[in-house]
Design a protein around this ligand. Structure first.
Ligand SMILES: [Zn+2]
Length: 287
């Protein structure tokens, strides 16, 4: 079942859980997420950043769409961190049901203008839109972008941004970063700030850079009101670590023998995340 983000997060909000959004650009990572979601009865979001979209090529998403649409589990196909109207259009033309327009590095006024333009366009095609205010940190090993110094989301900006742009969900900056944190670095979520934002926001909230943060902080953030959590690095890291190990040990080159152990390792991480978000078994809420 392929639905848009608004529908996905409305049900998540009513039932107080969050949905994991996993970046997948080729079939083994994609299958890791989809098959785990089906085994666990958990809704899930498949997402792709513009650079990843170009790598995977448009045709890959024809396969992705067909696979998701034919599943009993609800899925969203989402563009992560679109930066321009053109990138969002490209994803919409490829059949995505949701796009993010990230104007968080622009001035607040320009961010509103750009986000509103994408939302008006996308909504005519029943495609949902995620906006962002505040900026998310970036570690050197991430290719999703971000800035070195994080600006936290100002709760005072939320009401105006949401009402003027018409976004369906909102990514906020409360102290996460993209990529895997270096050893010794202690990420800390500003949960009090999240509570203040939740009080004023009329749309579901999104947490980016969720890989690697302490489990109890993420669990708490979902209890307070985060409804979508982006997970990219964690499960891909588990996949490639295992694949590397198998290749080193066996010198193998048969895809089924090399990739299957990687998929199983990635699925352990995906399932742990789904448990953390409270989404296991929640596919039933969409019937
Ligand atoms: Zn992000």
């Amino acid at each position: 079942m392929l639905i848009n983000m608004k529908e996905m997060l409305k049900t998540a909000d009513e039932n107080q859980f969050a949905v994991g959004a996993f970046n997948a650009t080729e079939s083994s990572l994609f299958r890791s997420v989809v098959e785990e979601a089906e085994a666990s009865g958990s809704p899930a979001i498949i997402q792709v950043a513009p650079g990843e979209f170009d790598f995977a090529t448009r045709e890959f998403y024809t396969y992705v769409r067909e696979r998701l649409a034919g599943s009993k589990i609800p899925f969203v196909l989402h563009l992560d961190h679109g930066k321009t109207v053109g990138q969002c259009l490209k994803a919409i033309q490829a059949g995505f049901t949701s796009v993010m327009i990230d104007g968080s590095e622009l001035s607040f006024e320009d961010n509103i203008k750009l986000t509103k333009e994408v939302a008006e366009l996308a909504h005519t095609l029943n495609v949902s839109v995620e906006g962002e205010i505040g900026t998310i940190g970036v570690m050197d090993n991430s290719d999703e972008g971000g800035v070195k110094n994080v600006t936290y989301t100002d709760p005072g900006d939320v009401v105006r941004f949401v009402s003027e742009t018409g976004v369906d969900c909102l990514a906020i900056a409360i102290g996460t970063a993209h990529g895997i944190y270096p050893k010794g670095f202690k990420p800390e979520l500003q949960l009090q700030l999240l509570k203040k934002i939740k009080e004023v926001s009329t749309v579901p909230l999104v947490l980016h850079g969720g890989s690697n943060n302490p489990d109890d902080e993420i669990r708490e953030a979902c209890k307070i009101g985060i409804r979508k959590v982006n997970i990219s690095s964690d499960f891909k890291y588990a996949f490639f670590k295992k694949v590397n190990q198998v290749i080193e040990e066996t010198g193998g080159f048969i895809p089924a023998k090399v990739f299957t152990p990687g998929i199983l390792e990635a699925q352990k991480v995906i399932r742990e995340k789904m448990e953390l978000f409270g989404s296991l078994g929640k596919a039933d809420c969409y019937r």
